[in-house]
Ligand binder design. Sequence first.
Ligand SMILES: [Zn+2]
Length: 227
Amino acid sequence: MTETILVIAAHPDDEVLGVGATVARHAAAGDAVHTIIVAEGATSRDAQRNNAARVDELIALRQSAAEAAAILGTSQPILLGLPDNRLDSCDLLDIVKKIEAVVDRVKPSVIYTHHAGDLNVDHQIVHEAVLVACRPLPASPIRAIYAFETVSATEWSPQQTFLPNHFVDAGPTWQKKMAALSIYESEMRPFPHARSLEAVEALAKWRGSSVGLNKAEAFQIIRQLQC
Ligand SMILES: [Zn+2]
């Protein structure tokens, strides 16, 4: 039975960092994979949000998101374009309504989103908005919600509350994840920065070795429902 998957990420690149190998496996298995990217990226690098000053970067990020999705085999991402690293300036309800509209349309069975304990404020807010938009109402199609980890946000939290209890073998689609990440060259940093290709691979090896695999993506189960 094929599934409908919905990834809800804060920024362009989070969807690949957190769940790229797993969604590529879903896509290869024939599942429909949709992605929402809530914030626009890049504009938090200025003291004031100034989209005009970052227009070339914003266009490039949108293009990167589209190319990464093509590599992973997923649908073209839905870009909400909200302010980067300033989601706390938006009403939570407005974010919830935008996510709800997509959930109502695509009727996902599985959701992947950010971990609540990430250092990044946008990640925290997206997590909260997703839980509200995906609340377990009668007849909801959603049977599972998983939180992914995002290098340079999850492990930077002083609380270290990400406790993985669901693992996906990333070996079969690792090269697709690496190829998709290389599209986001502007967002990646040289090692030993946590958001480097080397660190992403080291994490995958560590998560894999935790469960007897060469590489894995790790998740924390938020909710699972078996009917
Ligand atoms: Zn992010």
